[in-house]
Structure formats: C-alpha cells, structure tokens
Design a protein around this ligand. Structure first.
Ligand SMILES: Cc1cc2nc3c(=O)[nH]c(=O)nc-3n(C[C@H](O)[C@H](O)[C@H](O)COP(=O)(O)OP(=O)(O)OC[C@H]3O[C@@H](n4cnc5c(N)ncnc54)[C@H](O)[C@@H]3O)c2cc1C
Ligand SMILES: [Zn+2]
Length: 615
C-alpha cells in the first residue's frame, strides 16, 4: 500500500507549517539550515504533527534550493541540507507517516527575475537529492507562477513514478495570478501527470473554500488543500497568525464536501490545527460527488475606444514628433507651462513626462499631465518606473491613469535610487519593465495582477525604452524583442549622438513590427557635452562634436546654435529611416526643442512638396 492507495479509499491528513512555527519560536533566518544545525528541533516538529494525526509529513526543504539558500551564503549546501532533511523526516516518521520531499516555487511577483532555465537548473539539483534519499513522494508547493509549476512538474514526472502533489497558490479567490481559473489550472496539472492537485498558502480556509467550490472533483487525480491559518497580523514588528481550532474543525468538514482527499495546513498552522482537522474527519470518509458552482462570467465592460489613434499607429502612418519636458524639481509650473504651450503651438503629437528621472524627485508627472491635458488640451505620455511603487502602488497608479483618461504610458524599470538625490532611499523593483509591460497588457484585458476582474478593460498604449547606447547592440535588440513579447507597442530610444549609430539602429531593428521613436537631445554647452560623454554610461560623443561645442564654450548663444546644428544633422540622419522622433528638452530649454520641432515640420513640408512635384 502506498499513499495513492490510501487516497483511493479515504481522506488522508497531512501536516502543517514548519517555517512559521520556527519563526514563532524566535527563529528568523534560514529555516532549512536547521536541518543541519538544530536537527532535534525539526524532528520534534515532525513528531508533533504525527502525534496530532498527520499521516503525511513534508521535509523541511521548502526553500532548500540554490537560489534561496544563496541569500544566506548557503548555496553550496543544497545536497547536505536536503539529505539531512529527508533523514530527519524519516527518523520522525518511523514508518508511521509518508514522507514527502517538498520543493517550493521560486517566482513570485517579479517573474522575469528568474528565468525558466534557472528554475529548471535549481529544481533539478534539489529534486535529485530528495529522490536519492528515498522520499515517498514529492510536494511541489507555493507556486504563484503557473508556467513555473508546469515546467517543474514536467521535469519531476519524467524522473519518478512516485506520487507527485502539485499545488498552486492564489492571490485571489478562484483565479491564478494571470487570470487563469483554478479549475482549468488543476485540470492541466492532472494532464501533466500530477497525482494530487490542489492549493496551498496565502489564503485562509474561507477563501480556499470559495475557490474550491468552482472546482470539479478530478477524474484521475486527487484534490488537496493546505490553507493558511488566517491572514497574518503585524504586531510589535512580528507577523502573527490566529485562528481558533474550532474554526479549523468546521472548515475541514466543509473541505470534505468539496471533494478534498488530502488536507493539511500552511503558514500559521500548528499541530493543534492538524489535530482539529483529524478530529473533524475522524472517519476519513470522502465524498465522491459535488455540485460545482459555476464561475460568474467575468463582466468586462469594453472601454470606450478613443477615436485618437495611438502614438504607435501614428508613427506607422506619418511623421510623428513627441517631446519630453521634465516636470520641475521645484514647486511652481510657470516655466514648464510656457514650454508646454510653446510646444503645443509648434504642433507636437505628445508631451512625454518623466517619472522622477535620474531618481530625483520632481512634481508628479500625473499631476502635471492632468494639467497639460485639461488646460492645454495636449496629449501626455506618462513614464512609469518600477522604482518608487510596489505592486500595490503600481496597480493603483494604473487605475488612476485610466480614470483620468491617460492612456499613453512608457513602462520602465527606472533609474535606481543610488544614482539620484536620495541614494539611501529604497528602489522597490517588485516588477521589472518586462513585468510592468505584461501587467499593463493584462489590465488591457480587464484583469488585475492577481487575475481579479477590473470591471473594465483599460486601453493603454504601451511604450517601452530601448537603449542602443550599449557595447552589443544585438543584446539590446534582444531585450526589446522580449519587451514586444510582453506586450510593448512601440519604443523610445535614449538620445543618440551619431548618424552612424542611427543607421546601425535602423539595420538592427528593421525586422521588428513595432515603431521606434529615435531619441534626440540637443547639447546645450561644452560642459553638457563633456558630462554626457564622460559620465553618462553608454553615451559617446565624437571628437568632432565635442570640439564644435568646445569652440563656443563660454558663449550661450553660439552654444545653442551649435547644439541645434548638431541635433538637426541627427534629425536629417533619422528622417528617412524613422517616422517617430522623440526630442528631449534639456534643462527646460524648450526654445531648443521648439526650434527642432519646427525644423522637422519644415523638412516634412519640403519632402511632401518634392513628392508632389516629382510625382
Ligand atoms: C525613453 C526613456 C525614458 C526614460 N524615462 C525615465 C524616467 O522617467 N524615470 C527614470 O527613472 N528613468 C528613466 N529612464 C532611464 C531608464 O530607467 C534606464 O535607462 C534603464 O536602464 C533603461 O530602461 P528601462 O528602465 O526600461 O530598463 P530595462 O530595459 O528594464 O533594463 C533594466 C536594467 O537591466 C539592465 N540592462 C539593460 N539593458 C541591458 C543590456 N543590453 N545588457 C545587460 N543588461 C541590461 C540594466 O541594469 C538596466 O538598468 C528612461 C530611459 C529611456 C530610454
Ligand atoms: Zn505557506
């Protein structure tokens, strides 16, 4: 008889949390290291769960993988820690309980931070140790990212015929992080060969029950659930979980009605919770039938389509000029608004507004964008970085932009705080630019990050950054290809300072379907040129350009003229290759960008005249 035979006959009780129990005992570092340094404590916890009624226990290896152990400098101890864990669980089980080798998910919000290759490598390393040590089955748990779970489950299924339990983790009731319904996910896990499918962590019993109400009893696999004890409370600098055991007893019976066969606990649960489950389900009788609640169809109101074409569409069909005018670093908008007005009169397609560029605080670009839109009737393109807002703040920000009717956004990782005025400030980076682009695309489908319906689809047109000022242009192009896969509609480049570079960028990107706005920023002085050349990573100015600026070093009028002449030559180089031109206004010197806008329009007019004249 094995675990699967038992599950065929009856409900099986599993253990509860390890990590939060150790944390409650005052341990606030690598829990898995204790397999080696405090083995008795781990054995003691396993025993407590078995004595409470657990027939299945899991090794203390949730985070015993290369990536997570590296946070504690223990990356070389993957084998030692996993080997020890299996030994301790077996020692405690003494044949009274099945021992599952646990492997936890790596990816959370910042999906792109860990590539699938890294996921595979890390998983395999841990998997082989656990299998070699003779576990009775595998528990793949706390997978927020479904792609990751599909990947590791497929690997594990090829490597072993032992029972595999595969658990997703939800942010919200009934849906995975990108909106996939739970029932669909569990069916897919069954198809990939999991013997037991279910969910663990993050949600307490109430939300898990509501999630399971929409899940049919699987045909071949068994259903499992490991709820958290409750939502955690933050008290006196510590996280605390609280639930009554009575409540756990009641919910265990309700889980039985949902067809659950394997039931344990996740964060916050203790041997007392497991004892409560065992009491509630003392006869272990399963149910074979249930009524499945139909998922409410997601009501998504189509966003009223704006009649204005997107900046991507504009650049596909005609010359398009967008101009960056940074929100001021000091209070007061007089000069800024004069500049915006002058640019509007010069006839630009949009005003791009940076998000605290160079990690230095400026008046919020949404505040400035609102004024520009409402008072001047201009089209703002709002830059959004992942530096200053966490996943909550970013989503709230996007909802706010949608509400204000600002649909043009530039999704960026953003300059790190280290480079700015407040180097000690945190750079949040819950998401990278890739994740942010994907998030905005998901908003356009009417779903929040957690997969929850937003009630409406947003209508964002998504721009992304392209930095050709790198040693290997092909690598930068690969990055933008990845951004296109994530959902980017068009690109804005960093400022370029050589005609040859503009041609190289054209050659390297002409296969792409997305328009590119070429960045051009006029030089204002010799010092400005020297700064860019020597201190801004990636930017190189030719000797000729620096000499030209140096020749008029102390003459503002001449410097402006020379800076504009250089910029115009760059515009000439870009003109026939790219329809989109992105002018960057240096130091609120809008007189310079206004002049360049006029120059482009004039060039355009002459080009059209020539076409008419020559046919
Ligand atoms: C058009 C434009 C507008 C910008 N606006 C703002 C703004 O409003 N606020 C602000 O703070 N910053 C802004 N920046 C700066 C930007 O955040 C940094 O230049 C950033 O490094 C590149 O853009 P990203 O944030 O999309 O980074 P991503 O493309 O997401 O790159 C993030 C990080 O990955 C690494 N990386 C990037 N390219 C490569 C490569 N080829 N090879 C290896 N590693 C690489 C770098 O460490 C980089 O910092 C802007 C940049 C551009 C081009
Ligand atoms: Zn948990």
């Amino acid at each position: 008889m094995g675990l699967l035979d038992d599950l065929k006959e009856r409900i099986v009780i599993a253990d509860g949390a390890m990590g939060t129990l150790l944390y409650a005992h005052g341990i606030d570092r690598c829990f898995e290291e204790l397999n080696v340094t405090k083995p008795e404590e781990i054995v003691h916890i396993h025993e407590a769960y078995i004595e409470s009624g657990a027939e299945v226990i899991q090794t203390n290896t949730y985070g015993a993988n290369y990536v997570k152990l590296a946070r504690y400098g223990l990356q070389d101890d993957v084998k030692k820690i996993n080997e020890a864990a299996v030994g301790l669980a077996k020692r405690a089980a003494k044949g009274r309980a099945y021992v599952l080798g646990t492997i936890g998910g790596l990816r959370s919000t910042n999906k792109s931070a860990i590539s699938l290759e890294e996921v595979k490598r890390t998983f395999r390393e841990q998997l082989y140790v656990l299998l070699n040590e003779g576990v009775d089955g595998l528990l793949l748990e706390t997978y927020y990212d479904f792609e990751e779970l599909q990947t590791v489950l497929s690997i594990a299924r090829k490597e072993t015929t032992l029972p595999i339990i595969a658990h997703v983790t939800l942010h919200d009731i009934g849906v995975l992080q990108h909106g996939m319904p739970l029932a669909e996910a569990l069916t897919e896990l069954e198809r990939l060969g999991a013997d037991v499918v279910g969910l663990n962590c993050h949600l307490g019993p109430y939300h898990m029950l509501r999630s399971l109400e929409e899940v049919p009893i699987p045909t071949r696999a068994f259903l499992s659930v490991y709820p958290n004890a409750s939502l955690p409370q933050y008290r006196d600098g510590r996280f605390i979980y609280e639930t009554s055991e009575q409540y756990f007893e009641e919910t265990a019976r309700a889980f039985r009605e949902q067809g659950v066969r394997l039931i344990g606990g996740c964060c916050g649960t203790t041997p007392k919770h497991i004892a409560a489950i065992a009491r509630a389900l003392s006869d272990r009788t399963p149910v074979y039938k249930k009524e499945v609640k139909q998922r409410h169809p997601i009501v998504v109101q189509e966003e009223k389509q704006t009649t204005a074409p997107s900046l991507a569409d504009i650049a596909r069909t005609r010359r398009s000029i967008i101009v960056e005018l940074d929100p001021p670093k000091k209070l007061g908008l007089t000069t800024f608004l004069e500049g915006a007005k002058a640019l509007k009169e010069a006839n630009i397609d949009a005003l791009t507004l940076a998000d605290n560029s160079l990690a230095t605080p400026r008046i919020s670009n949404v505040a400035v964008g609102t004024i520009v839109k409402q008072q001047l009737g201009m089209r703002p393109l709002i830059h959004i970085t992942c530096r200053d807002r966490n996943l909550i703040g970013l989503q709230s920000h996007l909802m706010g932009l949608h509400t204000l009717g600002m649909t043009d956004v530039l999704a960026l990782t953003g300059d790190p705080s280290k480079v700015g005025d407040f180097p000690g400030a945190t750079s949040v980076y819950d998401l990278s630019s890739f994740d942010l682009i994907s998030l905005i695309r998901q908003f356009n489908e009417g779903l929040s990050y957690s997969g929850k319906p937003l009630g409406q689809k947003t209508n964002f047109s998504i721009a992304a950054a392209f930095n050709p000022n790198v040693r290997h242009l092909d690598k930068a192009v690969k990055r933008i290809e990845k951004k296109i896969e994530c959902g980017a509609h068009y690109f804005l480049t960093q400022p370029l300072y050589s005609e040859k570079q503009i041609e190289d960028v054209y050659e390297a990107t002409k296969h792409l379907p997305t328009p590119i706005y070429i960045g051009i920023m006029p030089l204002t002085s010799a010092r400005n040129a020297d700064f860019l050349h020597h201190e801004v990573p990636g930017i190189t100015l030719s000797d000729d350009i620096r000499n030209r600026m140096a020749m008029c070093a102390n003459d503002r009028v001449q410097s402006t003229k020379e800076g504009l002449a250089i910029a115009k030559a760059l515009i000439d180089a870009a003109f026939d290759l790219f329809q989109g031109i992105y002018l960057i206004t240096p130091f609120l010197r809008y007189d310079m960008t206004v002049e360049l806008v006029r120059y482009i329009h004039e060039k355009e007019r002459l080009a059209k005249e020539r076409t008419v004249y020559y046919g």
